[in-house]
Write a protein of this length. Structure first.
Length: 131
């Protein structure tokens, strides 16, 4: 039986304001460097790998900016693929029936903490940063 995932501190939970700028952080996805992001939407913390389903490239149009002008959808700045923030499901554009790769996240004692999985691990100090 695998050991339970140890929560990884990301930031103070208060730093993630409703439909505001996301916190971007480095992870390893299938042992390869990648970026991820966390934001607050409808009162809940959500986190995803920063990789569009359509073409696996980072989606933010400015560092930490993922939401559209109305602050309703996560949008890939390159191709316009549009995702539901609550569950990462594609709702428009070239992402088809895809879904963003979700990362488990929770508020623990006033901190936003994410949970590693078998596929998504913390970036180690000696691992190269995501491009």
């Amino acid at each position: 039986m695998p050991e339970p995932a140890v929560p990884q501190r990301l930031c103070a939970a208060a730093d993630l304001v409703e439909r505001g700028k996301a916190i971007v952080f480095d992870v390893l996805v299938w042992r390869q460097p990648a970026r991820a992001f966390a934001l607050r939407f409808d009162g809940e913390l959500v986190a995803y790998v920063n990789r569009c389903v359509h073409v696996p490239m980072e989606m933010d149009w400015q560092p930490g900016e993922f939401l559209d002008q109305d602050r309703r959808w996560i949008v890939c700045a390159t191709h316009g693929a549009t995702y539901e923030p609550a569950d990462g499901r594609c709702v428009g554009g070239p992402c088809g029936r895809g879904r963003l790769m979700r990362i488990a996240i929770a508020e623990i004692d006033g901190q936003a903490c994410w949970y590693p999985s078998a596929d998504i691990r913390p970036a180690s100090a000696d691992a190269p940063a995501a491009p």
